[in-house]
Design a protein around this ligand. Sequence first.
Ligand SMILES: [Mn+2]
Length: 285
Amino acid sequence: MAKELKKNGDSTPAGPVIRPAVTISLVPEARGGPFVFWDNLEAGCASAAELGFDAVEVFAPSAASLEKAKAGDVAASHGLKIAAIGTGAGWVTRQLTLTSPDPAIRKEAKRFVGEMIDWAATVGAPAIVGSMQGRGANREEALKLLAVALVELGARAADLGVPLVFEPLNRFETNLVNRLKDGRDLVESHEIRNVKLLADLFHANIEEESIGKAVAGLGPLLGHVHWADSNRRAMGFGHTGAGPVAAALRKIGYGGYISAEVLPLPDSKAAAAQTMKSFRRYFPR
Ligand SMILES: [Mn+2]
């Protein structure tokens, strides 16, 4: 909150601050996935800090692994916050989903995500439910199960003073919630509380008529952004028009992170550096 005022001495509040974050995966089984830094939290944080990021988003095997790694302390030692914690390792490593027809799998998925929520809250961060939504052979039934899970997990996060973040995914990754408006409709129904939406611009590029309009349509329900280009590379390395998206974020007064959930191409540092270049272009401070 140190940058509430414009640097030129104008005392007009500059509005909510948008901050850059970058992903670090600590999940070997996720190799090939869209994460900038890999395997080494300390080294990833050092690079992130050097490049000027404010925070890291961590994709970890479990809440216990984050606790053991003292992930909050490692980030803080580099002057970084934890922007968010991904929960998809439950799917990647154990095929858990919140909408499995098998109640034992659903129960274990809820336990897995619940522990991630609990740990993330200790560093003031939200957990993200993306691939843990699963894909349903019976879509209507799966959507009901998803709503039940989000009611429960949203309440758990609320008790700890953090939101839960839900991420619509493109059609090749789920048949449940593909578009941001569908995500909004879901979390505004079924007594779901304290659940915000994640706008992943790679998914949005596939599913939305207009990414900017879809993002603007979320208003205050927008809780996190995955700042990725059309091909899942760093913004600027594909063909998404970032300008209208940045304008939409400012229009709705978004004050969270834009996080680079992108492929480490041509390499991790180049992807991270390109992300900061696009951040500085579209969100000059
Ligand atoms: Mn994403």
